[in-house]
Design a protein around this ligand. Sequence first.
Ligand SMILES: [Zn+2]
Length: 459
Amino acid sequence: MHPSGMPCLVWAIWVNCADMRLAFLLLAFNSTAALCCGAPPAFEQETAAARRAGLRVLAGEHLTLVTDRPVREGDGLDDLTPLFDEAFATWCDHFGIDAARQRDWRAFGCLMIDRERFRAAGLLPTDGRIPEFKNGFCDRDRFWLMDQSNPDYRRHLLLHEGVHAFTLTIRAADAPPWYTEGIAELLATHRLDRTDGRPRFVLTPIPRQASDVEQLGRIERLRSLREARAAPSLADVFATPPTAHADLGAYAASWAAVALLSLHPAHAGIFAAVEQGALDAGFTRRLEATAGWDGPRAGRDFDAFIDDLDYGYDFSRSAIDWSPGRPLTGPQAITVAGDRGWQNSGWSLATGERHSLTATGRITVGQASAGHDASPPLMLQSEADGISLRWYRGRPLGRLLAAQWVANPPDGGRPRFVVLAEGAAGKFTAITDGPLYLKINEPPGELADNTGALAVTLQ
Ligand SMILES: [Zn+2]
């Protein structure tokens, strides 16, 4: 399973119906045994077999991890099981499950350099039940992953498989691939908080910065798909076939869909309610049939999310108001907040109309170090033309941008915002019927520390 591009096939899913029924029975048996009868799977035989084979055994509350990786100072391996336990609590939270009632839940993971050693020890089935996988594979409460040179990526992969084990057993998940892989990606994404001795797991469904998730590459992949005018629609993601998850783009898009539906204020409530129901093959259909679900809007929100996606993206600042607006009949004054993404001006333009805008005012777009530890940081201030100190997406930071949402961009690709004017003064022609949107040019993850607003006159 995994993001850097390799098939993560969840056992029991996407096989034929007979296998699925068998898998479901096994799941039910396993869950019952594990969760209801006070007989948690201790994996004693497996652990003994691992010890006999000279493998290292790391045991936490919810994970027994076996590895042939040699002990290396500072490799972070000892942190993996405590981090898994912390992650487990956040997974319970996500699904509204009482973690105390799952205290006996346990998974068995193999972190492998040489998979032959695990086969020889009887820890990796050789009967063809487990396909050849590149990075990782999960079979109910057992998973295997190949060791990774990057500790961030190794941890992510371990947790990704852990989410599969969690949803396959506790939630008997058999949902369409976009959800299965998307939720595994979403609930595995994290940063480490190192302020208090040993590192702590902090769930960051949308990573704050690239250095928190080295080698993950999802945001970069979606950016390159967008630039190539090849980004998928939400409907494309919902229709992702299981075989597509051999590609990083499919993981990235599945993650983005689940992130949007879990975090966007217009969709999160409905999505959470649907997630409380069965995670079965009818999951997407049930979502689309739920009262209050607005499919066209979700599709548009997905396109807008992919269009602006970057580290630290925050729906509370960047969700789009799609109101149609009133026809513009004369000069209007508009306030553009410095700390939000695209803002609906409230005024609708008609295709071919000529308009002009002027902007005044000053916003604070962040801080710069003064160069001396004792000095207070310099507040970076910008007017509507922006500051040339730093550029973002080809334009100066802090620059005022005016755009319309275009359903069929002339140069192809998915619907997106097309910038029509920028800076302190400009003239432009509306290219579609619809509202004018305005924002300050800055990475979406850096809006939170901005203050101030620009005063724009549109006529
Ligand atoms: Zn996976």
